[in-house]
Write a protein that binds this ligand. Structure first.
Ligand SMILES: Nc1ncnc2c1ncn2[C@@H]1O[C@H](COP(=O)(O)OP(=O)(O)O)[C@@H](O)[C@H]1O
Ligand SMILES: [Mg+2]
Length: 257
């Protein structure tokens, strides 16, 4: 479904800084993969390249067999900061991408209503972002991304700005939606716990150079909100293994900084 091959990215600001070095990742349809790594290792850069928002120095991104070279309607991205249009109501924000696609008004309102329902915001359709909580705004961001029916959902720390309880609640909703709709999702996070909860596979990035150094298949049954997955032996083991690796990378990042 998604094939990222030999991706390299350098930024030139005065000197040249190599951020991604031979970054490779493949995902099968319906797979949920989390990308975790120390701050500054290149997670956002990788996601923006996959989304077509940033050009790579070399390497290819292939989606469903076609080489991807820019933004397109088969990819949707959700950022940490909600990026809603403040002058549009909740439903008009969800309908925005459909409007850009030229969908007629009646149809796009019908689709937007369906996606607002999916994230539990039916009642708030006519409210403006400023009238809604952070968690509600992020749900609108998710509904807007899903409404265009993307082949690939990209999320960059989407719950990073939310309080712990709201975050946990939205993780549950996202897990359910992704599973029901068999969405192929690449999810960037700083949280090991969040990554394990949501993912079929957790991919760990190292620093300098930014590349994948390990991956962990999470085999605990889904949805994991239905039982105490943190009590499973697999949880403790994989959490410990991921943490050990990340700790080494964080120390390394400090040394080279
Ligand atoms: N537009 C840019 N110009 C120069 N350097 C950048 C730019 N964007 C990101 N970087 C650098 O690339 C590295 C990786 O950044 P980023 O992908 O945001 O990391 P992460 O999301 O893992 O925290 C950082 O060192 C950052 O300073
Ligand atoms: Mg980032």
């Amino acid at each position: 479904m998604l094939e990222i091959a030999h991706l390299n990215k350098s930024f030139s600001l005065g000197g040249t800084k190599r951020v991604l070095d031979d970054f490779d990742l493949s995902m099968r349809p319906g797979e949920f993969v989390s990308l975790i790594g120390p701050s500054g290792c290149g997670k956002t850069t990788a996601l923006r390249i996959v989304a077509g928002l940033l050009e790579q120095t070399s390497g290819t991104v292939t989606i469903d067999g076609s080489v991807s070279t820019g933004p397109s309607r088969d990819k949707a991205i959700v950022f940490q900061h909600f990026n809603l249009l403040p002058w549009r109501t909740a439903i008009d924000n969800v309908a925005y991408g459909l409007e850009l696609q030229g969908m007629p008004k009646a149809k796009r309102m019908q689709v937007a209503t369906e996606y607002l329902d999916l994230v539990g915001l039916t009642e708030s359709a006519q409210k403006y972002p400023s009238q809604l909580s952070g968690g509600m705004r992020q749900r609108i961001g998710i509904a807007r991304a899903l409404a265009i029916d993307p082949k690939l959902l990209l999320m960059d720390e989407p719950f990073g700005a939310l309080d712990a309880l709201t975050r946990e609640h939205l993780q549950g909703q996202l897990a359910r939606i992704c599973q029901e709709r068999n969405l192929t999702t690449l999810f960037v996070t700083h949280s090991i716990d969040e990554a394990i909860y949501l993912s079929d596979r957790v991919v760990v990035m190292g620093v300098q150079p930014g590349r994948i150094i390990a991956e962990f298949h999470i085999t605990m049954r889904k949805p994991r909100g239905d039982y105490n997955f943190r009590a499973e032996p697999e949880y403790a083991q994989v959490r410990e293994d991921i943490w050990r690796l990340l700790e080494q990378q964080i120390v390394r990042a400090e040394r080279v900084a």
